[in-house]
Design a protein around this ligand. Structure first.
Ligand code: ADP
Length: 381
């Protein structure tokens, strides 16, 4: 091959290699024999955007002691190294662009043979694993919290059972009955936690894809909820105001989950405010293809400091809940949030204690809503 042809081939080859490396979603940096960066693919340039790369050492961009140690070891031993690094937000390679809190990276280092590249001696690859890390964390927290929540009532049941079995507890019938009632109450709690966990897991699994997407009469859904809570409403002498929910409100979605959403929100307002004088206001309206549904109450409210966490699993404002008379698992609002999100909507909350605590849901109301309004209206009348 003539020297001109060789030159041309080498040019084509270099361009093809660059295109291949630029096609990678992982950031790739190559360093020369002095440890300075001599090549960065497009993903690396995007990751470190606004920061000079060429001629700098990677440790300047990513000042983590484990990363520095990895470079040292790789260079001195010549062996490839691969590690998952979890970094605090301020040490993320994304710099000021990082808003996700703790971030996780797969870092791979390898020495390159001299013939592989005229300058590069060290290859550094960075893969963003933050999303996987976060969902792993959520799963771990869920298992830990669920075990803790189940362990408490089960330990109580076990304690009373031991009393009944070992200390001749069955001889004293009145006491035995009292123990059985306590055990029954805590068994109910175990069942409730498991039911709520199953509901969350259904919403998070592929089953969400099987959500019904059909128009239903929201007014009758609200009526069902009020009927189910009739006993509580009556005994607390609460006032339920549904003036805003007119018979024309049609939502597109799964009536089963919507009933659960409204049940949890109304039941929460009742549970948290057992004293008389509670007014719960339900409203629903559809404007420009967006349905806005709100549940408001004039009860004790949620302190400002707790509001950002209120939709988290197992989060409860009253932390002393095992002794609390208020029944709850801390899963109700996470079920609500997940069900709303599965419908393509969002939920937010504001709270001014004793004045108004308001959960507001916005969901897309399909374009056909006005046509459906008429159909449903005709059916209802
Ligand atoms: P729980 O099963 O404990 O009711 P949720 O997830 O439904 O769990 O609610 C979480 C926490 O939010 C409750 O423990 C309660 O402290 C607070 N909360 C929810 N709704 C209201 C409300 N309407 N008024 C006051 N506090 C509320």
């Amino acid at each position: 091959m003539s020297p001109e042809n060789l030159d041309a081939y080498s040019q084509i080859f270099t361009t093809a290699c660059d295109a291949l490396l630029d096609g990678l979603t992982d950031a790739l940096l190559l360093c020369d024999e002095h440890g300075a960066i001599c090549y960065a693919n497009v993903a690396a340039k995007e990751m470190f955007v606004g920061r000079e790369l060429m001629g700098r050492v990677p440790q300047d961009l990513f000042p983590d002691s484990r990363f520095m140690q990895m470079i040292e070891t790789c260079r001195s031993s010549g062996t490839s190294i691969s590690k998952r690094l979890v970094l605090p937000q301020q040490l993320s390679p994304l710099g000021a662009k990082e808003h996700r809190g703790d971030n996780c990276w797969l870092v791979e280092l390898a020495m390159l043979p001299a013939q592989a590249h005229p300058m590069a001696r060290l290859r550094i690859m960075l893969r963003d694993l933050t999303a996987e890390h976060q969902s792993e964390q959520v799963r771990k927290d869920f298992v830990a919290n669920a075990s803790h929540e189940l362990r408490t009532p089960l330990a109580i049941i076990q304690g009373y059972l031991e009393n009944l079995l070992e200390n001749g507890g069955l001889r004293d019938v009145t006491q035995a009955q009292r123990f059985l009632h306590i055990m029954d109450k805590h068994t109910e709690r175990v069942v409730r936690i498991i039911d709520d966990m199953l509901m969350i897991s259904r919403l998070e699994s592929g089953e969400v894809a099987l959500l019904r997407q059909e128009p239903f009469d929201f007014h009758s859904c609200v009526n069902d909820v009020i009927e189910r809570l009739e006993h509580m409403i009556h005994s607390q002498q609460a006032i339920i105001n549904t003036d805003g929910v007119d018979k024309k409100t049609v939502i597109n979605g799964d009536r089963f989950y919507w009933t659960q959403v409204m049940f949890n929100l109304v039941e929460n307002a009742l549970k948290q405010n057992p004293k008389t004088g509670l007014v719960i206001t339900l409203s629903a309206s559809v404007t420009d293809g967006i349905a806005t549904i709100a549940v408001a109450d004039n009860g004790i409210g949620i302190p400002l400091a707790h509001l950002p966490f209120i939709f988290k699993r197992f989060y409860r404002v009253d932390t002393n809940h095992t002794n609390s008379s208020i029944k709850g698992t801390g899963l109700g609002l996470s079920i609500v949030k997940r069900a709303i999100e599965a419908h393509g909507g969002d939920i937010s909350v504001t709270s001014a204690p004793r004045r108004e605590t308001k959960f507001t849901i916005v969901v897309p109301a399909w374009k056909a809503i006005s046509f459906l309004d008429e159909v449903i209206n005709r059916r209802i009348q």
